[in-house]
Write a new protein. Structure first.
Lengths: 329, 342, 269
């Protein structure tokens, strides 16, 4: 480590110390300005991104207005672009994924935070964090080669056999479709739910648990009826985070959703998501209206994830503040 | 430690900068239809010209047209010729035109994966149109089983597979369907990217072939070589003379016979549903899209050199990959048209 | 009820081993010398490798780090050491916004900013998109670790007469360096596997990509292309590439966490 050369200002002439100080300040000023430029560039690039999305979709915004969100026809030949099938697909797959991931994820988080011994909890959390690092394309490959055949050969027929009276489980067994995409997405977002919920649960102060136990509650009752409700906001936050991730997922989804812009009540039906259609059509959208419609879809996705991430952060911060403000952590 | 890392970084950066264009690198993008042929050609051509790398990316004909118009690639490739609007857009954007150069002849084949059926099926025009319109939904529909007496077709739902992106292969298929089905023509139309009534979307010929191979009861269209290379069964199609013809070198060449004699100057021609008893009805040329003017003379000469090679030695590689050679008259005409590239 | 939660945890963890196991079983055999040194061969032929994709990914990641890490790092210094309340809020907000942008939208942005104006798909454009994604991760994590350096350290340095920037350079950053290194490694591992932004920026290349201004192949894109194709040889290469990529990412993650856990008492975020 470098040693600082210091000149202790002598009690001598004020002029000498002032020039030393001003030199100091200059060095600091430069450092401050340089680092400010870097920080400002982050803001600049973000603003530029939003601007590009807005500008890049001007044609389609003016032509379709709000009808963009109500029409379901996507026809490049007749230049009719409606976002409804993609919004539908994005929302349906995200919902299915949450329906699967949230119970599993919260269950696992409860186990890790409340029930497992510390070493076991840390080890398992280590593996869960690694799971979060697996790239989307690899989930996609696994989806194509493992999940899709499983769906087509076993799971879809079984669901149809038991629940085929519901419109949710009708239609041919493609193997790809909303349900498959939802399942793959669920696997991808579980690590986020688990790690955030676990931290949130761990930050619930001990006296909450101890109070419940001293009142005669069982371990499970203390966990489920006291700790979890206390951390409820943070857990919701983790769900929103997971949702934001699920909405923006591109590669894994486009490999298993079937890439067909339809709106169907059946989960077995192939569909399309916003991210998937952008990935497939952007490099070859001939005609400005087509390109700009795709950019408008990107803008919609951006706004959706932006709102969700914001809400998630608020909820998580609220829980940890609540926890830390009320006693020892 | 930091010093070592810093020096390593500098060395790498300098190496990266210095190791720049030792080879001339040209980028093209477009059709997946001829991709097996082009990947072979560019590989062979690179072996003969070590200083030239022609990087071809198969992103679909729609992508080829778009990117060459944007100017982000040096040349494009498509199996659906650019229409007048697209040509005008190119001209307006660049101030000069773009030229089509046919490279090979290929065919869209109806590929299928029906559990238990290994026979070659016969498809009528109505059967294909009906399946893709969503009106014929089961494999044992009379429209399909009629011409296939003796084949035990199951009562399973047909899983239609088509392209998810802008594709020349789609253009060829829908061009054919628009000619043989009035309903298709009015309801869907022809184009690289259409509003499909039914079916799953897959990206590229590669992915359609893969999907058909993995999905029982599926039915889709791919370029001939993709079906052959991947052992995906494909059927015969009824042509305008009433014969059920299988796609092969002879039948595709027969389809181009008429066009060869009457090739327009810009080489944009459709040979689907061509007349002739032995003609395969879903055949097509495929084109390279070459700008009429290059600001970089080395690039221009490199591309012209390749096209000349392609029209001569290159044609000897086509049949191994089941693409038919260009008719002699077309080759002669193209060599002349090459002079228009400046 | 309690055992159910344990089962949930086990199911979640077992997915990781399932993924690794599947890739190892199917792709392990294809990781040979060819894979690392040969270029792809024409469609339908066998014996090619993904050497150009490995190098392409390496080049883009290097450039992305050179672009993204300094911005995140120096920006974090500004936030932790120099800035006032409002500026800090705005910068953090922008960083969080950027972090939440779906990678496909980053791809659109990089296309309009770098590919379209220069009429060229390039390694540079791909690196730009990846670098953008590294910025917020590096920025937020570095800021947290800088902030976590105890104040007495700062005060001691200042009391000895060191200027602000000297304090930062010689005392604070070295104190937080483990956390910062971890943040950089994690950001690197995150973008190493990104595919979507590369589709519109780096395109692809069956040859070596000369320099920085030409399209290039990359591991994630090749995995995507090969996995969806019908050729068995391509499948094997896709699994091998997946194993290599995932292995690299996991190793970086493990190393990063090891660095952090061995560090001084800087609390985990």
């Amino acid at each position: 480590m470098a040693t600082t050369t210091t000149t202790v200002p002598s009690a001598g002439p004020v002029a000498a110390s002032r020039s030393f100080l001003s030199r100091l300040r200059e060095g600091d000023e430069i450092a401050r300005m340089i680092t400010f430029l870097f920080a400002a560039s982050v803001v600049l690039v973000t603003v530029l991104l939003v601007f590009e999305l807005w500008q890049g979709s001007v044609l389609s915004r003016h032509k379709f207005g709000f009808n963009f969100f109500r029409t379901s026809v996507w026809d490049p030949i007749f230049e009719q672009f409606g976002a409804l099938p993609f919004i539908y697909g994005t929302l349906v797959t995200a919902t299915v994924s949450l329906l699967i991931a949230v119970p599993l994820g919260i269950g696992a988080a409860i186990f890790l935070a409340e029930l497992a011994p510390e070493r076991v909890s840390d080890t398992l959390e280590f593996f869960i964090d690694l799971l979060a690092a697996v790239p989307s394309v690899i989930y996609g490959v696994l989806g194509v080669f493992i999940v899709v055949p499983l769906m087509r050969q076993y799971i879809q027929p079984a669901l149809r056999h038991s629940f085929g009276f519901l419109p949710l489980f009708q239609g041919p067994d493609y193997g790809v479709g909303f349900l498959t995409a939802g399942i793959v997405l669920a696997i991808m977002v579980i690590p986020y739910i688990i790690s955030v919920s676990r931290e949130v649960l761990l930050s619930v102060p001990r006296d909450q648990r101890e109070a419940a136990l001293s009142l005669g509650a069982t371990r499970w009752e203390s966990t489920w009826k006291v700790v979890v409700p206390f951390a409820r906001a943070g857990i919701f936050g983790s769900v929103f985070l997971a949702l934001a991730r699920a909405l923006g997922e591109t590669m894994a989804v486009t490999m298993v959703i079937g890439n067909t812009p339809v709106i169907s009540a059946s989960l077995f039906s192939p569909g399309y998501s916003i991210a998937a259609v952008i990935a497939n059509e952007f490099t070859e959208a001939t005609g400005d209206l087509h390109t700009q419609s795709l950019i408008e879809l990107g803008l919609v996705l951006f706004i959706l994830t932006f709102i969700l991430n914001g809400v998630a952060r608020l909820l998580i911060v609220a829980t940890s503040k609540r926890g830390s403000g009320m006693g020892n952590v | 430690m930091k010093r070592i890392a810093g020096m390593l970084l500098v060395v790498l950066a300098v190496a990266g900068v210095l190791w720049a264009d030792s080879a001339l690198s040209i980028t093209g993008a477009g059709a997946t239809f001829p991709y097996p042929m082009y990947s072979k050609w560019f590989d062979e051509y690179h072996k003969k010209n070590a200083n030239l790398e022609i990087n071809y990316q198969s992103i679909g004909s729609g992508g080829g047209i778009k990117q060459v118009t944007e100017g982000t690639v040096d040349f494009g490739a498509t199996d659906g010729p650019m229409n007048d609007d697209q040509l005008k857009a190119y001209q307006d954007k660049h101030g000069f035109g773009i030229l089509h150069f046919p490279t090979v002849l290929g065919a869209d084949v109806p590929a299928y994966n029906i559990p238990g059926v290994t026979a070659e099926l016969n498809f009528t025009q109505d059967a294909i149109a009906g399946i893709f319109l969503g009106k014929i939904t089961k494999w044992n529909d009379p429209a399909i089983s009629g011409p296939n007496k003796g084949v035990n077709l199951p009562a399973n739902d047909i899983v239609v597979v088509h392209r998810s992106e802008g594709s020349g292969t789609t253009y060829i298929w829908t061009d054919y369907l628009s000619k043989v089905s009035e309903e298709w023509k009015t309801k869907v139309g022809k184009g690289a990217s259409v509003n499909w009534p039914v079916g799953l979307g897959a990206k590229g010929n590669e992915s359609v072939a893969g999907t058909i191979k993995n999905t029982p009861n599926s039915f889709g269209y791919v370029e001939l070589i993709y079906a052959i290379q991947n052992n995906v069964p494909y059927g015969r199609v009824k042509n305008s003379s009433g014969a059920f013809v299988k796609a092969n070198l002879a039948s595709v060449t027969a389809a181009a016979a008429g066009a060869a004699k009457n090739m327009p100057d810009d080489f944009r021609v459709s040979i689907t549903d061509a007349p002739g008893k032995t003609a395969y009805p879903i055949s097509s040329f495929t084109w390279l899209l070459v700008p009429a003017k290059f600001s970089d003379a080395t690039k221009r000469d490199a591309i012209k050199g390749f096209v000349k090679w392609m029209l001569a030695d290159g044609q000897n590689y086509t049949e191994a990959l089941s693409y038919a050679k260009l008719p002699k008259e077309v080759v002669a005409k193209e060599l002349k048209a090459l002079n228009n590239v400046q | 009820m309690l055992t159910m939660t344990g089962v949930c945890a086990l199911v979640a963890v077992s997915v990781l081993f399932l993924i690794l196991g599947y890739l190892a079983v199917h792709g392990g055999a294809s990781i040979n010398w060819n894979f690392f040194t040969k270029l792809p061969v024409p469609v339908g032929e066998t014996g090619g490798g993904l050497a150009n994709a490995i190098l392409g990914s390496a080049k883009m990641l290097l450039l992305a780090s050179i672009f993204g890490v300094p911005i995140g790092f120096f920006g974090a210094i500004y936030l932790a050491e120099f800035s006032g309340g409002t500026t800090a809020f705005v910068v953090r907000y922008a960083a969080d916004l950027l972090n939440g942008v779906p990678s496909i939208v980053i791809g659109i942005f990089a296309y309009s900013l770098v590919v379209h104006p220069f009429k060229q798909y390039s390694t540079l454009a791909g690196a730009f998109a990846l670098g953008l994604m590294m910025i917020p991760i590096t920025l937020r994590s570095t800021e947290e670790f800088l902030r976590a350096v105890p104040n007495p350290l700062r005060e001691a340095a200042m009391a000895l007469g060191a200027s602000r920037w000297k304090t930062i350079a010689s005392v604070i950053v070295p104190a937080a360096y483990r956390g910062i290194l971890t943040a950089v490694l994690l950001a690197f591992a995150r973008v190493a596997g990104e595919t979507a932004p590369l589709l519109f920026t780096a395109l692809g290349n069956q040859f070596w990509s000369p320099g920085w201004t030409h399209p290039t192949a990359s591991l994630p894109v090749m995995i995507y292309t090969y996995a969806l194709a019908p050729y068995d040889d391509w499948h094997r290469q896709a699994w091998a590439a997946g194993l290599v990529l995932l292995g690299l990412i996991l190793v970086i993650n493990i190393v990063a966490r090891a660095i952090l856990s061995r560090g001084i008492a800087v609390p985990r975020s």
